[in-house]
Ligand binder design. Structure first.
Ligand code: FAD
Length: 286
């Protein structure tokens, strides 16, 4: 049962409040409130980060885009900076749930909830994002990709640690990104499949590419072999198809009554990856 609800004004005060009883952080509450109700999570004190001004907003600094932990999916989806320099994230956040959910739910909460198909988290892995994690020992930075401790388990302990922001390099004009999502029509839920891609071109060849697929593993899955195959190649249709097949072969989707059969999802994944790579490269050329 919740006995106390604390609204700190600073990160320091939030850390101090977390020391009380069985306390947990809350941002939008769109995951946590359901988890508390179904007893998947327990807390007697909630520490709400929405009163902490320094955690709000999106900015660009020294070539990095920094998104504060109090920033909602809708703010990210509507941000011109994100649309211009990380469109994969604008699209991913823009596809979360409904407008009501997007106006409340945060991008950082999406990471901590650690669902493999969490839209924004998948896009952040493609962007090579890092989380800024603060606790009583100080501040550390960890790649979002490394924060998964198993299905729906995050290495960040929100009873004593706070992700204050996520940051990633803004994409240059020779770089592009794309987000492709397969979902049930009209469903306000996690996707059946999604693919996030970021790519960089140099002298007409692929300098680097990050391809992330979900939910096909316990965490957003990087298609490392496909990424390697594309490196230093001209992005022809043939090579993109070969890489897409390689990527899809790494995936291990489960049979799911909610998200479709393994056979169906395996068969459409090649095309989703192909579309993601093609669109990211087109975006890099524009
Ligand atoms: C109807 C509905 C539809 C949805 N549809 C989608 C969808 O299509 N795609 C999708 O990806 N998700 C979807 N979601 C899930 C959800 O909205 C997202 O995961 C959301 O981004 C979580 O953010 P939040 O701010 O609400 O987190 P909260 O619920 O406040 O917190 C979630 C977890 O993160 C911890 N936490 C929050 N902030 C921090 C922080 N700064 N530092 C450390 N720990 C923190 C909390 O303690 C808690 O454990 C949906 C949810 C609902 C209810």
């Amino acid at each position: 049962m919740i006995n106390d609800y604390v609204l700190p004004k600073t990160v320091e005060d939030a850390l101090a409040a977390l020391k009380q009883g069985n306390a947990k952080l809350i941002a939008g509450g769109t995951d946590l409130m359901l988890d508390l109700k179904s007893c998947k999570a327990a807390a007697d004190t909630l520490v709400d980060i929405n009163g902490i001004k320094e955690l709000k907003g999106i900015k660009e600094s020294d070539g990095n885009i920094i998104i504060g932990a109090g920033t909602t999916h809708q703010e990210v989806a509507e941000s011109f900076l994100i649309q211009e320099k990380a469109v994969v994230l604008a699209k991913a956040s823009g596809s979360v749930g409904s407008l009501q959910i997007r106006n409340t739910a945060t991008v950082v909460g999406n990471i901590v909830n650690a669902q493999p198909a969490a839209d924004a988290a998948v896009a952040l892995v493609a962007l090579g994002a890092e989380a800024e994690i603060v606790d009583k020992e100080g501040t550390i930075y960890q790649p979002v990709e490394n924060l998964y401790a198993g299905l729906a388990k995050c290495k960040v302990d929100s009873s004593c640690q706070i992700i204050t922001a996520v940051r990633f390099p803004a994409l240059f004009s020779n770089q592009g990104s794309a987000y492709v999502r397969l979902a049930k029509r009209g469903a306000l839920a996690l996707p059946m499949l999604c693919v996030a891609v970021a790519a960089s071109l140099k002298d007409g060849k692929i300098e680097w590419v990050r391809i992330v697929m979900a939910p096909v593993s316990t965490k957003p899955l990087r298609a490392l072999e496909a990424e390697e195959l594309l490196k230093d190649k001209e992005p022809s249709e043939e090579v993109i198809l070969e890489a897409s097949k390689k990527a899809a072969a790494m995936a291990d989707p489960r049979d799911s009554k909610l998200r479709g059969s393994r056979a169906y999802r395996s068969s459409v994944l090649v095309n989703l990856v192909k579309r993601g790579i093609t669109e990211a490269i087109k975006n890099a050329r524009q």
